[in-house]
Design a protein around this ligand. Sequence first.
Ligand SMILES: [Zn+2]
Length: 114
Amino acid sequence: MMMNKAKITRKLQHEREVVRDMIALYCRNNHGTKQLCDKCRELAEYADQRTLKCPFMAEKSFCSQCKVHCYKPEMRERIRQVMRYSGPRMIFHHPIAALRHLYYTQIEKLNSNK
Ligand SMILES: [Zn+2]
């Protein structure tokens, strides 16, 4: 599946937004902070950098589904916790984004079952 540059840029922006929102939601409900706590801010910045540097943006869906695990183990574990918590809850905050995430997840699953 080929994507043009405009589409990739849109997807990149979208992924950054969703990841940021997921971390914010996680932090608010688990760390009881109004703004991101230091640890979550660190994670958000890290995730943002990984997304920006990702050479597979054109092919893959979301970092959480990516087979090339570019996150270092500690950050990976943290982002997984965030995804596990915020993923199902995003449907109320970001219905379109959550549906799209589900959609990409399904596509990814289909592809990896080949
Ligand atoms: Zn936090």
